[in-house]
Design a protein around this ligand. Structure first.
Ligand code: ZN
Length: 343
């Protein structure tokens, strides 16, 4: 069967954080914050189950930011007082405020394992946990401690991510996904050290090894860049490199305009989480549109390797839209599964 999942994040309820904002401050504190996060995770697990998604996540309801939410659990990193740097190759802005490395970066214990255990207690579906990829984490920090370059910093993050990923796999994570939007930006670096950093992060990890490579959230800066961009061939370079690695599942955008789904042929024999739901618009796809986007992938991938997915995280969308998009996703997959005689 063609299965379904989401890239990772979901919008937070208004009582937990302001909607439509990345890195929005929490509206609760202390034990109330913990309780609010527990409730938000349960609501989204229920919604994902009601929608019929095959693989679920906690919607990143305990994280203000998909990168710093993990980095905060390591030593030596300040995610409060930020410093400017050229990030994402200057694609979306000349300078971006990023976290500062002020001391040795070490993993002293699990960061997300308790959150995973909570999810496992509240669902019987396979669970995916998302973590920032080492290249993207390096691109989102500045090393004020030793001024190391991104390749060296990425390897330090990869070592910490490896400890975390092993702990998550041991605690029952079914899929561990590293988020690497930078794989669509620094193509030479992906070849030179990005894949090596991934392998370091996944070394000995027994859960399914997944990677998310995208063109960014549906926020204004990104949408403005996408509207003007004419070069959409990055996957043609990165997917063959990923296919040759130990990564078993890749999540890519194909719902957004401009992308040619034929690029997934490089992943033949491995799982593709195919973006068939856009995150750039609050307009909800019909199940028929989702089905047509899945159908066109069948020329390049076997159906049992296809997983219908969102293009990226849905955190900037409204809750109602995110719910409706999840339903359209599963209904669209069901249409194609029926056509193929699989259900
Ligand atoms: Zn993404």
């Amino acid at each position: 069967m063609i299965r379904t999942t989401i890239a990772g994040s979901l919008p937070k309820p208004t009582w937990l954080a302001d909607p439509g904002v990345l890195y929005a401050p929490w509206r609760l504190e202390g034990p109330r914050l913990r309780e609010g996060q527990d409730d938000a995770v349960q609501l989204w697990l229920d919604d994902q189950a009601r929608s019929g998604l095959d693989i679920v996540t906690d919607g990143e309801q305990r994280r203000r930011h998909y990168i710093w939410g993990f980095l905060q659990g390591l030593t030596g990193i300040d995610t409060q007082t930020l410093a400017p740097r050229r990030s994402r190759g200057g694609r979306y802005a000349e300078q971006t405020p990023v976290a500062r490395i002020l001391d040795e970066v070490t993993w002293t214990g699990p960061v997300l394992v308790d959150a995973l255990k909570f999810v496992k207690r509240h669902t019987d579906r396979p669970v995916k946990v998302t973590l920032p990829g080492p290249m993207t984490a390096a691109d989102s920090t500045v090393d004020m401690h030793r001024q190391r370059d991104d390749a060296d910093v990425a390897m330090i993050f990869a070592a910490a991510l490896n400890r975390e990923a092993r702990a998550l796999a041991e605690a029952g994570a079914d899929v561990i996904q590293l988020d690497e939007p930078c794989f669509n930006i620094y193509l030479d670096e992906v070849r030179d050290w990005g894949i090596a950093a991934l392998e370091r992060a996944f070394d000995g990890v027994t859960a399914t090894r997944a990677l998310h490579v995208c063109y960014g959230y549906g926020i204004e800066q990104v949408k403005a860049w996408k509207a003007n961009n004419r070069e959409w061939t990055h996957y043609l370079t990165t997917l063959p490199l990923i296919a040759a690695s130990s990564v078993q599942q890749v999540s890519i955008e194909t719902a957004a305009p401009g992308l040619d789904v034929a690029c997934i042929e490089a992943m033949r024999g491995k799982d593709v989480m195919l973006g068939v739901v856009s995150v750039s618009t609050e307009g909800v796809e019909t199940p028929e549109i989702v089905a047509s986007r899945l159908r066109r992938a069948l020329d390049y991938s076997d159906h049992h390797h296809l997983i219908g997915c969102t293009d990226c995280g849905m955190v900037p969308l409204s809750r109602d839209v995110a719910r409706a998009k999840m339903r359209a996703l599963t209904q669209g997959a069901a249409i194609v599964n029926r056509e193929l005689g699989l259900i």
